[in-house]
Design a protein. Structure first.
Length: 475
């Protein structure tokens, strides 16, 4: 089977094909940001309690997204390797089992989440009006979980086959629909009464329903590189086990990243509202680099997977090094602009001079390390494409929980402990700048580990079974 938008990474010039794979993913990431901003913008017209409720639910929503991304990271690895090996039929079987697994997991999470929604909100710390608004929002979000998981399955299936454009266009339509209907359901219009935060969730549900229905139709048609066959929805324990074995480290990876973000935000908050505001703006600027490097990492996963399936591991390595060099070059240039004009970058978001001054310090310290963050994300993508998701998970853990959080504790705060046999040990008490240097330390150290690990070549075999005989009744 073939599709006009399917890109074969096993032959031809690498850089142009990487660009063709990457730019729709970058656009998709930015559209996801638009999705979130639209909710916050219109909810802000309801009141501060509503904004607080939606913001409070973000970490919980990210946990669900991380779970979906974990399952579908395995899909990208397996589909891309089977496509590279010329076995499109086996790729279709993986897609069928992915749909089955994502439906099962999302329904369990949705039922459990809805059943325990009250204690969950109490645990998070929602109170009073914020509790009421958050409850109205999350009840609908739980109902939409199967749609969210199915869309991730659809996107991963096409991405593994080398098609990143189709999912992007669906994201364009879905995000556009969400932006249009958000104010209708949040604030009300004509016969539709405003529902506040519940309206934001309803608009998200409708937009996801549209995108998922279109995605399932595309997979059933099979004209875009892979096909969903109803016969492939029969549970296959072996393939399901492989999806779980490859996917769960990617889920833990996402959880490790989200938890570390919460911890670092708590550290920054101890130094007061000014550095906290500067930090929030700095992270928004950094998020652009994450969108780019994350997208290139996803494209790298497809390229590496296809080439391992085609038994060309040297070309797979070339895909990874080319992607890393291009990403780091772009981010070095972007960081150079930010370092040269840090105050101007901050003024795009705020006019308060104390916050601008704090942000200038943040950017001058952290921005030069963006390229190293990006390099690590690309190598993680290469590992995921090879199906070695445990290596990608380990790099996230090292970057955040070994090289960043402990360094932040050691250099930012004033403390003293006595170690038997050694004596007293004290923190360096650099203040909030110590937290910024912890970001740099995490980026540079994890990049060094990532490069050495990738050069060892332990990922070159891939994860698909060679020469497997088709199951009875398969065509």
């Amino acid at each position: 089977m073939s599709g006009d938008s399917r890109i074969d990474m096993t032959e031809g010039a690498i850089a142009p094909k990487l660009l063709s794979l990457s730019w729709p993913l970058v656009a998709g990431n930015l559209l996801q940001t638009l999705y979130n901003l639209a909710d916050v913008f219109w909810v802000g017209r309801v009141g501060a309690d509503a904004v607080a409720a939606v913001s409070l639910m973000f970490p919980t929503s990210w946990m669900f997204v991380s779970t979906a991304m974990g399952i579908t990271a395995a899909t990208i690895a397996l589909v891309s390797q089977h496509v590279g090996a010329g076995d499109d039929r086996e790729a279709d079987r993986v897609v069928g089992q992915t749909v089955l697994l994502t439906l099962a997991v999302s329904v369990v999470l949705a039922v459990a989440g809805f059943a325990f929604r009250y204690p969950l909100l109490e645990l998070i710390g929602a109170e009073g009006a914020v509790f009421t608004e958050a409850l109205a929002y999350i009840e609908i979000i739980f109902l939409s979980l199967p749609l969210t998981f199915l869309f991730f399955a659809f996107r991963a299936a096409l991405q593994g086959a080398g098609d990143t454009k189709t999912a992007m266009w669906l994201m364009v339509a879905s995000a556009g629909l969400n932006v249009v209907i958000d104010p209708i359901f949040i604030l009300g219009w004509g016969p539709i009464e405003g529902m506040g935060t519940r309206g934001a969730a309803v608009a998200t549900l409708i937009a996801r329903l549209f995108a998922t229905a279109a995605g399932v139709y595309i997979l059933l048609r099979g004209d875009w590189g892979v096909r969903l066959r109803l016969a492939d929805l029969r549970p296959d324990p072996e393939r399901l086990r492989k999806l779980v074995d490859i996917g769960y480290p990617a889920t833990l990876d996402g959880w490790a990243r989200s938890f570390s973000a919460v911890v670092m935000a708590a550290f920054v908050a101890r130094f007061g509202p000014t550095p906290t505001a500067a930090y929030g703006i700095g992270l928004r600027l950094m998020s652009v680099s994450w969108s780019v490097s994350g997208a290139v990492g996803q494209a790298t996963a497809t390229g590496v997977g296809q080439n391992l399936g085609a038994r060309t591991p040297d070309r797979a390595a070339s895909v990874a090094w080319t992607a890393m060099a291009g990403t780091m070059g772009l981010l070095f240039a972007a960081a150079g602009l930010v370092v040269a004009f840090p105050a101007e970058a901050m003024r795009l978001f705020i006019d308060e001079q104390p916050v601008i001054d704090a942000g200038v310090t943040f950017l001058r310290i952290v921005a030069p390390s963006w390229a190293f963050f990006g390099g690590v994300m690309v190598i993680q993508g290469a590992f995921r494409g090879a199906g070695i998701t445990k290596a990608a998970m380990a790099l996230s853990f090292l970057s955040r929980w070994i090289f960043r959080v402990p360094v932040a504790l050691a250099v930012a705060f004033a403390w003293t402990v006595t170690v038997p046999g050694i004596g007293p040990i004290s923190g360096l008490a650099w203040g909030v700048e110590g937290l910024w240097w912890a970001y740099v330390a995490g980026a540079v150290a994890s990049f060094a580990v990532a490069v050495v690990w990738f050069r060892l070549g332990t990922w070159r075999e891939g994860v698909i079974d060679r020469g497997a005989t088709p199951a009875a009744g398969d065509d």
